[in-house]
Design a protein around this ligand. Sequence first.
Ligand code: BEZ
Length: 254
Amino acid sequence: MTHPASAPTQDWQPARYAEQASFVPVLARDLVSWLRPRAGERVLDLGCGTGVLTAAIAAAGATVVGVDASPAMVEAARAAGIDAHVAHAETLLFNDEFDAVFSNAMLHWTRDIDAVLHGVHRALRRDGRFVAELGGKGNIAAIVGAARTVLDAHGVTVPAAPWYFPSLDEMSDALRRAGFHVEQIVLFGRPTPLPGGIVDWLATFGGPLLQRLTPERRAAIAHAIEARLAPTHRGADGVWVADYVRLRFIARRV
Ligand code: BEZ
C-alpha cells in the first residue's frame, strides 16, 4: 500500500506498519477475488508494501511482481519471498507485459494520477485489467477536519488535498483519459477499527499533515487532534474507529 510519489510524504517503517496497519491488507483481502488471478498469469502489485496481498495473488498460481516506493517495505516483502522492487508509481517503466495490475491503498498517495494511470496502461497487455482500491471522496474527512482545526489554531498550513480521494466521476474520468474502459466502480463507507488511537494512526499514516513539524510539536498537535476526535471516534469499549471510505474499480485496457 505504501507508494508515495517522487517526494515521499510518509516514512514507512515495516515494524510500525505490522503493529499499526496490518488491517490494511486484511480488510482488502476480498479485492483479490475482484482480481480473480489465474494460474499462469503475470500480475503487477503496485504499492505492494510488505507483500501480504501479493502472496495471496501468488497463491492462486499467478506470477506476481511487487513494486513499492519504500526501500524498507520492499526489503520486508523480499524477506517474505516476494519478487519485489523499488519503483515509483508515477514513473513505471513496464511495457505490455502484465495480464493484470493490482493495487490496494496506494493510489491516494499519488500526486499525479494521470502519470500513474498512463504507466499502468502501458504496463498492461491489450485487454489487461486494472483492479484497485483507494480512499474515495469523504475518506477520513472527520480526521482531516479535526487536524485542520488544530493545525489552524497553531498557525500551521495544511495542504488543500493531503491525499487523492476522488469521487466516482473523478476516478472514472481519470481512467478513461488514460485509455481504460471502466467495467465496475463503487464507493462505500467502511468504518475501520484501529489497533491503537489517533496518535498512533497519525504516526503511521499522517505524514502529509504533520511531517513538517518538529517531533515535540508533532506530538503535542497529534494529542490535541486525538482529544478532539475522542467523543465521536472512540467507542465505549475504548476502540477507536476511523471514518474510512473506499473506492474500488475494475478497468480494462482498450
Ligand atoms: C487509506 O487507506 O484510506 C488512507 C490511509 C492513510 C492515509 C490516507 C488514506
